[in-house]
Design a protein around this ligand. Sequence first.
Ligand code: FAD
Length: 589
Amino acid sequence: MELGTPENPYDLVIIGGGINGAGIARDAVMRGLSVALFEKNDFSTGATWASSGMIHGGIRYLEADPNVTKKSCYDSGLIQQIAPHLLFRVPFLFPMRPDTLTNKIFLELVEVYFDTYDRWAPLKGGVPHSRLNRAEALAMEPGLPKDIIGAVTTDEWGIDSPRLTLINILDAQERGAHVHNYHEVVGFLRGDGTGDADDKTSTQRGAMRGVRVRDRERGGVRDVHARITFNATGAWAERVAKSAGAQMCRLRPGKGIHLLLAGRVTNYALITNAVDGRQMFIAPHQNVTFVGTTDDDYWGDLDDIPVLEDEVKYVLDGARRVFPKIDECRIIDTIVGCRPTLYGDNKYESQLSRDHAVYDHGEEGIPNFMSIAGGKLAAYRLMSEEAVDAICAKLGNNKPGRTHLEALPGGEAHDISPEAFAEFGLDNYSAGRLIYRQGSRADRVLEIMRKNPETAAIVDPSEPVTEAELRYVMRHELVSQLDDCKRRSRLGQGLDGGWSATLRAAEIYCDEKGYSQRDRFDVALSFQRGRWKDRRDIIRNEQLAAEAVGQTWFFTAGGAIGADPKSLLNDPAKTPPGATSDPTSRESA
Ligand SMILES: Cc1cc2nc3c(=O)[nH]c(=O)nc-3n(C[C@H](O)[C@H](O)[C@H](O)COP(=O)(O)OP(=O)(O)OC[C@H]3O[C@@H](n4cnc5c(N)ncnc54)[C@H](O)[C@@H]3O)c2cc1C
């Protein structure tokens, strides 16, 4: 029987496929609810993509928001149990700057601060802090300024946040949820007080009865009915709620940028302070180094957030204080997004609470409509559980949340080792990266290699990503456009921005999706246009030269394979197969 009709509505429709929408979908379907989720872009393209990827307590919030730190530490411990393959330790050094009386006093204060944080370290499997003298700190991190007086160590956990989101989405789907990327909610269905007897949604005047959804790839609009409509649109949440007439959900979207450096440039993650005293860091993350972040009120277009020159300067100036060699590093990329920070008055951005809130808009006359805002990636599971508790209370479902008890896809125990891939000529590092991303499901990629050993070939050497992994994610991980592979496998996320990999990846994509190979250059170009958006604001020095080499190679190869001259001229009007022809509407929902 078709779901989403007035006679047979979903129990729950979720708007937004960031970490919170994904977590809510998984939790709800595990409690037996029928669920549909709509994301207007690909999953994990909002704040979740832009995050620093820390499943941490958030030492920054210890003073103003100790409860948030405690909750995040607690949830971090549980996330480690359900997705152990995706977590990696991030050991930190907090270097103390030159020898002044103030700094000596500061060092003592920092120790007290870390003592407090250590109390919650066991919740997240953390290691208590320790104090290093100058020689020890410099031996561990030779790139530190030579005049430091010592350092304090601490540790956190990092994660691949798009993959964490994806495995929540996949688990929800495998348990029966209907999940859709590139579907934008553009309106709401409301009761007018005149529904007929078969109608299973509330027909009470003004009550929320579901959503109007636009398919951004195939075109067309349809109505989807639900007993509860849940707004999990992150920084968009206030605008989406307001478009339904709800006022309770108020935000101060907090823009944050990171600069991505080529390779892992430090041995340890380094904590530093920006010019205004805000804490920021330099942290090796997978095959790159994150430097950031900023936190500024942002009231502009959430669908096109620029990286500004002064933000780049702010980040580099802060980083230089603890890592003077920052200016010798190559900035290869940026990530930018907006935190869905809860509204607060009379405060600077960094003083705002990082807590979250679940809103029941029934309290303001819109029954069956709810929103979530605020919070952190590190506490997404707990936030989702709280949201689904509230949803279930409305639906008369009293099953408890179980998301902390069952492994996410790939998180099950396994004994797949990198050596298992050696018979196909794959080196240990590349195999290890694949096992990191896929966990227990790496054997499914191995199976593709067994059927066709040539698929063990590496397509993107700078991550590295094999053909077999690309084929696997294209078949089984809701890939719609080639760009989605970036969030599944880190295609194009390495040193050369994917210039050398994209054409081959596009060939594989056309093969898997049944498109003509004549389209492969357009597919590749569309991927590179998306990547260019992330890089356009920071290309300089050596990276400019690398970019020129990459582009020359790419367009020359395009000519050699007979690409349409219009495409070679980079005509933006050309839309390749699979790409959305329909821009995100500014007045959605
Ligand atoms: C720079 C930065 C660094 C951060 N670092 C960390 C960190 O290290 N650790 C941590 O714990 N937290 C961190 N955070 C916070 C964390 O990333 C966010 O709290 C979290 O990702 C929010 O998830 P979300 O699902 O609520 O929002 P989002 O990830 O933004 O998802 C909302 C989704 O809704 C979709 N959407 C919007 N409108 C519609 C519509 N009309 N129809 C359909 N879909 C729609 C959007 O496309 C988007 O994908 C950071 C945030 C930023 C910005």
